[in-house]
Design a protein around this ligand. Structure first.
Ligand code: GLN
Length: 200
């Protein structure tokens, strides 16, 4: 069945039918797929370079960044992922997904991240977080062995911080957060992703 074009010119829902790839090598991609579907877009699990064709947006989920890195290498996904995002396709990276986008991994976000940054004792916690660009009050954010942004270049905009460490950032067409929006049922970041139109 042909999908509905992402950019309806007839005044219909602008998000209707957008095709959203979710990197599905490892991690909690299913919760993201559910959220994307609930917003009226179409999720597609991405496991090989072919799965990246025709995507309107991409999500890199949380999980384990070391395992995800191996999967990306094994499937030859690094270069195709870089191409897709460099062309302006909107991307949302959450938790390990933020790490995958950083300078030391895919090299797309001009940041370094610190893994498991909140330390051993506070490996997981929840917080209500005001996120710049997200209207309607704070987001309930679930942090699970979360990273934070350690260093960043001038193009990186900080959207939210915890104890002065950036945990939500944007750089052009890329949004990255340290927490798990797909677990708290707050779909506003996914909505923001769907509202981005591929030009950053
Ligand atoms: N600690 C994980 C890592 O370093 C990330 C945790 C997560 O994605 N929830 O890859």
């Amino acid at each position: 069945m042909p999908r509905t074009p992402g950019h309806a010119a007839n005044g219909a829902e602008p998000d209707a039918g957008k095709l959203v790839g979710i990197l599905a090598l490892q991690g909690d991609f299913e919760a993201h797929a559910k959220m994307v579907r609930a917003l009226g877009a179409q999720p597609r699990e991405v496991r090989t370079p072919n799965d990246l064709e025709d995507l309107d947006a991409l999500i890199i989920p949380g999980g384990e960044s070391t395992v995800m890195t191996l999967g990306i290498e094994r499937e030859g996904l690094a270069e195709p992922l870089r191409d897709l995002v460099s062309q302006g396709t909107p991307v949302l990276g959450t938790c390990a997904g933020m790490i995958m986008l950083d300078r030391e991994h895919l090299g797309l976000l001009d940041v370094t991240t610190r893994r498991n940054a909140f330390g051993r004792q506070v490996r997981s916690f929840e917080a209500d977080l005001d996120v710049d660009g997200i209207p309607g009050g704070p987001m309930h954010a679930v942090f699970i062995r979360a990273p934070w942004v350690a260093e960043r270049g001038p193009a990186v905009q900080v959207l939210a911080s915890v104890e002065e460490h950036p945990v939500a950032i944007r750089q052009g067409n890329m949004i990255a957060v340290s927490f798990h929006p797909e677990l708290s049922g707050d779909d506003r970041l996914h909505e923001m992703l769907l509202a981005m139109n591929g030009t950053g």
